[in-house]
Write a protein that binds this ligand. Structure first.
Ligand code: ARG
Length: 705
């Protein structure tokens, strides 16, 4: 018997499943058999007494889970960090365990109230004593880890649990002697798995399957080369034997009903301190500020979910709820992350939501110099569609040319600092590019209450995807907006796909162009080809547009048309020569509405006007989009997304497509300015023209203009 190893156990005199605080307890209230529980506990006690000393703490009435002494606290040397239970159902155990530790002469450390940490259930020492693995996600809070690191002077590696069945680290993770690790990888998030792989070499990792995991095979007590557990499959037993362990199985089914097994029923109270290990908790914390209609717009929820989903944890330090209908609320939130890397990831997402770090924190963003043309420094900040400001010389500077998926280049001249969005391919050697997330904020328009009263239920501000029934109302709104923009000399761009032609929308779109509602057209080869096919031959992709039936040999039409235009030189020349006399492209030429047709791999021809150099096409799209007030995206996912990426927030976008997926994708830009309509685009255009008719004058548009 090894005298130096001691365990603490608590007899199951008052054990029962009295409540539900983990998924195992569900459906098991008062279902565990007392006699069998006692017998199983005694067997475990017996097995352990053979190998170590077992101390007992007196069971207390009313605290049925006290048998799970792993949750009493975490011991290292003469120090113990006492548990702070998350659930009130177990909080009453704390004083009893505290007393036991004090009586035995331990130095007891107590965490601040409301900072849950459930002892050795969630904190497991590497059996070589090199570091502490600590779990969070369900019972223990990430913010407890730095305290533990400090008090126990040991490096803490934080692991995030993501499967509620494995709510304590010791239900799915068991460090073994010799540096081995028995664990169930699926219980951990990606980052934690990577951390495990970085610390434990592959030959020492014993990853188990779900079937063993749900038998609590990881909830094992390891004493030197012995591993005591409820149950293990033949395969797992063999794997353990192969690396030199002896497996002792002892059934603990009555305790599984409460969500515990061998390891939970014990607490190792002798854990030697190694002199050469020292505290280090990579857990990082930062404070962020959020301001706006935090509740109405769901921003707080989004922010807090985002923190947790990405492996961090939070504490709301202050929440100032605005008092009036119009007033905004303010929140101050402390964000913690298990490493600097995770913090940066979370922080960049919070910035996109409009969060800011307290301004006094950073005077200048971090920058790095470009050393290879067209390549940004590794950690460059990726831009969004939202107006962005960056700290330069302790001032907030607004970023120019805002668009998404770019990098920010900062230039300092003696009188001013300029920050500009640049695409990766446009980066030049010696450009100073912002890296990391410090000193960056995005400005979100105030949503919800401070919007202008719009009169109807459907406004751009109340974005969303509308169903067929609502189409008419929305069209009315769009017509009104179009009219406003035209009358004040604004700019509307149309991004259109060939479906506009197939669905009979060509004449309506031509109408809009003719009457000054469109200031630019973006598309691909196809919209132009089909429009011209209809103009010259009355078919679209070989289908007679009057009768809706395919015409004989019609599939050759579009090639003939391409050939004709090629013969003329380009579309404008075909108009000039009087060959092209109607349709969308004709109206563009006649009304001096610029267009850009971006090519693609599947283009037939192409038309001479189609820009097959995509970098040039992107630049031309971006040029035309500049200064736009509204973009109508009509049934083309490819070109709409392309255009959307170049468009800063604040430009109204209307996306019409029969496929709801396309509409959802495009209207997901923050709700202020995007509006999605799931409907037939031809129908939409015809309704829009009718509506505009009514707005313009008592006479139909066609008669007045
Ligand atoms: N019913 C107990 C709880 O949910 C079980 C504790 C198991 N202990 C453990 N170290 N995993 O808290």
């Amino acid at each position: 018997m090894t005298e130096s190893i001691r365990f603490l156990m608590c007899a199951p005199e008052h054990y029962d499943v009295d409540y539900v605080i983990n998924p195992w307890m569900e459906g098991n209230i008062h279902k565990s058999a007392r006699d069998r529980a006692v017998e199983q506990w005694q067997k475990l006690h017996h097995v352990l007494k053979d190998k170590a000393v077992v101390d007992l703490v007196k069971p207390e009435i009313g605290w049925p889970d006290m048998v799970f002494t792993a949750n009493a606290g975490l011991v290292l040397g003469d120090d113990v960090v006492l548990s702070r239970f998350l659930h009130k159902e177990r909080q009453g155990e704390e004083p009893h365990f505290r007393k036991w530790f004090e009586d035995k002469g331990y130095t007891v450390h107590e965490l601040p109230k409301d900072l849950p940490f459930e002892g050795a259930g969630d904190a497991l020492l590497d059996r070589e004593g090199r570091w502490l693995w600590a779990g969070y996600g369900f019972r223990s809070e990430l913010d407890s880890h730095p305290y533990i690191a400090k008090w126990l002077d040991i490096e803490v590696l934080s692991l995030r649990l993501i499967d509620e069945r494995f709510y304590h680290l010791d239900t799915c993770f068991c460090p073994l002697s010799g540096g081995y690790l028995l664990y169930y990888p699926d219980a951990f998030d990606f980052y934690s798995n990577r951390l495990i792989q970085m610390r434990v070499p592959p030959e020492k990792r014993i990853a188990i399957e779900e079937a063993d995991a749900v038998n609590f095979a990881c909830n094992a007590v390891n004493i030197d080369s012995i591993v005591v557990m409820n149950k293990a499959s033949e395969g797992l037993q063999q794997r353990l034997v192969d690396v030199g362990f002896e497996v002792i199985q002892t059934p603990l089914t009555e305790f599984l009903k409460a969500g515990g097994a061998a390891k939970c029923l014990t607490l190792r109270v002798t854990e030697p301190v190694l002199d050469y290990v020292h505290a280090n908790a990579p857990v990082e914390s930062r404070v962020i500020h959020l301001q706006g209609h935090l509740l109405d717009a769901g921003i707080v929820n989004k922010a807090l979910d985002l923190i947790v989903e990405n492996g961090g944890s939070f504490q709301v330090l202050n929440f100032d709820l605005g008092q009036q209908r119009q007033s905004t609320s303010k929140a101050e939130v402390k964000v913690s992350a298990p490493s600097h890397e995770v913090m940066e990831e979370i922080f960049s997402m919070l910035i996109d939501l409009g969060a800011v770090a307290p301004p006094q924190e950073t005077c200048d963003t971090n920058t790095e110099i470009v050393t290879q043309p067209g390549v940004a420094p590794e950690d460059f900040y990726v831009t969004t569609i939202y107006t962005t400001e960056v700290r330069v010389n302790c001032e907030w500077v607004k970023v120019q040319n805002q668009r998404m998926d770019g990098a920010i280049v900062v230039k300092n001249t003696p009188d001013a600092s300029v920050a500009t969005c640049k695409l990766l391919r446009d980066l030049e050697v010696d450009d100073r590019v912002i890296v990391g997330v410090d000193g960056i904020r995005t400005i979100r328009k105030q949503e919800a209450r401070d919007r202008e009263p719009s009169g109807t239920e459907f406004s751009f501000m109340g974005a969303g995807v509308s169903s067929e029934r609502r189409v008419e109302l929305v069209v009315e709104q769009i017509a009104w907006e179009l009219r406003q923009i035209r009358d004040r000399g604004g700019k509307v761009l149309v991004v259109a796909g060939p479906v506009v032609i197939h669905t009979g929308g060509a004449s309506h779109l031509s109408h809009l162009i003719r009457h000054g509602y469109v200031q630019g057209l973006l598309g691909g080869n196809a919209i132009a080809v089909h429009d011209i096919e209809q103009a010259l031959m009355g078919t679209s992709l070989g289908v007679d547009m009057q009768r809706g039936t395919p015409v004989l040999g019609g599939h050759r039409h579009h090639l003939k048309v391409i050939n004709t235009i090629r013969g003329c030189g380009n579309i404008a020349k075909a108009v000039e020569k009087g060959i092209l006399t109607q349709g969308i492209m004709y109206e563009c030429v006649k009304n001096n509405v610029p267009f850009c047709l971006a090519g693609s791999i599947r283009d037939d021809g192409p038309l001479p006007d189609t820009e097959m150099d995509l970098i040039k096409a992107q630049a031309e799209y971006a040029r035309l989009i500049q200064g736009a007030d509204m973009i109508l995206m009509l049934s083309t996912m490819l070109h709409s997304i392309g255009a959307g990426n170049m468009t800063p927030a604040g430009v109204k976008m209307v996306c019409v497509d029969i496929n709801p997926a396309v509409v959802t994708k495009l209207s997901d830009r923050g709700s202020i300015e995007s509006l999605g309509l799931v409907t037939d685009v031809g129908l939409f255009l015809s309704l829009l023209v009718q509506r505009l008719d009514k707005l313009t004058s008592p006479y139909p548009i066609s008669q007045t203009l």
